[in-house]
Design a binder for this molecule. Structure first.
Ligand code: KG4
Ligand code: ZN
Length: 348
């Protein structure tokens, strides 16, 4: 089957993503987010996310079909699908279950194969839908509110290796928590970016987690951001206790620099160590302007090509899930049995 028509469902976190692809051609990418409902809690509340998926799924599927019809210039209905795909993990179990239930119902009702796919590998597949995909092997850095992972991709359908991931908070989570410490709103990433304008990134030397020589044997490509968050909290508390004003712009810029530095350093170290001159970025934190700047500058210096898909393919979406399933189908891989469940820690 050359260019399968696949509908992908993504519900691993707070985005209800429905995407439709024909092979590597993107037909629609519908996203409904419950982010606003989580704002007053300062982070994603799993139960709220799951309930929001349940309400958003059906309208999102209808919208995705309408968008796909518009893209192709002819009516596309569920009956036209060759396969259904869904994220089975990693992610929030309750949120995943909503998408999986919907996907199984569609696959059974339509009598079509169902592909359960890995969310992180999906992020890598998003790049295939740009029409200008990175060559393999590539190193991939995925940074969002839910994950921070460094992967070595030799073949998308058969050889994806996890080099390291966060041992505590995800990078986006660190932005969200530090924003809260600084009295900024959720989501914290864009707020910190805004607050950092005019700040001095070298004003305060915040810790770079798991970067000491002694960490290198065991945690060379792992990340840790909770110590950094605590350091920011302690630094601002001390300032306030001393009755001095907190220089928000300097703190925001210095915090952001610490996150960016450790992400880029480890990613480029992996490129060098595995002799792979390519780096693919994904996840919502890629929206960070400083991260993009520093990555491109240091990668160029190191002779590494950087690929950054458009932001609507970097954040969680259903198109990447459909796109990955299409690759699996073209590679002749069998569909999933209908027995699978949600696996919040699914390995790649
Ligand atoms: O991929 P995404 O939309 O959703 C999931 O986490 O699943 O990523 C959202 C995360 C949030 O933690 C948000 O604070 C962070 O990405 N983020 C940013 C920026 N924009 C969004 N972090 C840093 N800088 C940004 N400009
Ligand atoms: Zn994600």
């Amino acid at each position: 089957r050359d260019n399968p028509l696949v509908l992908g469902i993504e519900t691993s976190c707070d985005e209800t993503g429905i995407g439709i692809v024909r092979g590597r051609r993107l037909l629609s990418n519908t996203i409904a987010s419950s982010m606003d409902e989580h704002a007053r809690y300062g982070g994603v509340v799993p139960e709220i996310a799951a309930r929001a998926h349940l309400e958003a799924l059906q309208p999102a599927i209808a919208r995705a079909l309408a968008d796909a019809s518009a893209t192709e210039g002819r009516q596309i209905t569920l009956a036209d699908l060759d396969a259904v795909a869904v994220t089975s993990g990693p992610g929030l179990a309750g949120a995943l279950m909503v998408g999986i239930g919907a996907a199984k119902a569609l696959a059974v009702g339509l009598d079509r194969p169902l592909y359960a796919v890995n969310h992180l590998v999906g992020h890598i597949a998003a790049d295939l839908l740009t029409g200008d995909a990175v060559a393999y092997p590539t190193v991939a850095l995925l940074v969002s509110g839910g994950h921070t992972s460094l992967l070595l991709v030799r073949d998308l359908t058969s050889d994806v290796q996890m080099l390291g991931e966060t041992v505590d908070d995800a990078a986006g989570e660190a932005f969200d928590k530090v924003a809260r410490i600084l009295g900024l709103t959720y989501p914290g990433g864009p707020e910190i970016d805004r607050a950092a304008v005019g700040g001095d990134p070298t004003a305060i030397r915040f810790p770079r987690g798991l970067s000491r020589a002694s960490d290198m044997a065991e945690h060379r490509y792992d990340f840790s951001f909770s110590g950094l968050k605590t350091a920011v909290a302690r630094w601002t508390e001390q300032r306030e206790a001393a009755g001095e004003p907190v220089p928000i712009a300097d703190v925001a810029a210095s915090f952001r620099e610490a996150v960016v530095d450790v992400l880029v350093t480890k990613a480029l170290d992996a490129c060098a160590r595995y002799d792979v001159p390519r780096l693919l970025l994904g996840g919502g934190v890629i929206a960070n302007r400083r991260l993009r700047e520093v990555t491109v500058a240091r990668a160029t210096e190191a002779g590494v090509e950087v690929r950054i898909p458009p932001l609507n393919l970097c954040t969680d979406n259903g198109a990447m899930i459909a796109g990955l399933a299409a690759e699996l189908i073209v590679a002749g891989r069998p569909a999933s049995s209908l027995q699978f469940g949600a696996d919040s820690t699914l390995p790649v």
